[in-house]
Design a protein around this ligand. Structure first.
Ligand code: SF4
Ligand code: SF4
Length: 217
């Protein structure tokens, strides 16, 4: 899941300077779940925009605006209103914003209403935690399923560093050292020998952006 936070309203209104008729697009998946781009949030931003003198022509919440078939369908359904719009305000992550731009045949101005923060898992209480940095070369097999790239403050592959103190991280004393967690987990699994293997430096070519995966023939 991609985690977003709504931009401060002043920043949104500044970005809409010069545009009066606005169309809102949310996201029925991640941004709805983290309460930035669902119906409630769109209705709230609509009334804030109207109170600031903007005209909100309409809104839609595609299931996943980052998926071309879904956003194309929603744009087509709302074509009449979109033809009148000066700009689209997208309450979605940066993937959603760019997917809307790529699939909008009218070439409208698409502005982001959210900041995109990180990829996360959600716990049963609805809290979000970053667990993976999408490094392209997963080492969870040798780190007992705990990601050192993301959970260690220094992202080190052979830890812990010299700063670990009573199981806590020297960078953030409230945080458990990821490498202590890895040690404890390997100990439980009777696999402490794994720690004797020195992990080779990562191949950062695999982190070269932009990534792509072409499946269509
Ligand atoms: S090592 Fe960590 S950052 Fe890399 S793919 Fe695995 S979980 Fe993600
Ligand atoms: S104390 Fe542990 S988590 Fe913190 S930087 Fe060092 S190895 Fe990483």
């Amino acid at each position: 899941m991609i985690i977003t936070e709504q931009k401060p309203f002043q920043e949104i209104i500044d970005s809409l300077k010069g545009y009066t008729k606005i169309f809102l697009i949310g996201c029925g998946e991640c941004a709805t779940t983290c309460k930035t781009g669902g119906e409630e949030e769109l209705l709230k931003i609509k009334s804030q925009l109207e109170a600031s003198g903007k005209i909100v022509l309409g809104m839609c919440i595609p299931g996943s605006p980052c998926l071309a078939p879904q956003i194309k369908t929603e744009l087509a359904k709302n074509m009449k209103l979109l033809r009148e719009a000066d700009a689209i305000l997208a309450m979605a992550c940066g993937l959603g914003v760019q997917s809307i731009k790529d699939n909008d045949r009218l070439g409208l101005i698409i502005l982001p209403g959210c900041n995109t923060l990180f990829g996360a898992v959600m716990d049963a209480q609805g809290n979000f935690f970053e667990k993976c940095s999408l490094c392209g070369e997963c080492v969870l097999d040798v780190t007992a399923g705990i990601c050192p790239i993301t959970l260690c403050s220094k992202g080190i592959l052979n830890g812990p560093c010299g700063g670990v103190n009573k199981g806590k991280c020297e960078v953030d004393k409230d945080k458990d050292c990821a490498w202590v967690l890895i040690y404890r987990e390997l100990e439980k699994r009777k696999k402490l020998d794994e720690l004797k293997k020195i992990q080779a430096p990562k191949d950062f070519k695999k982190a070269t952006k932009p990534h792509k995966l072409i499946l269509a023939k």
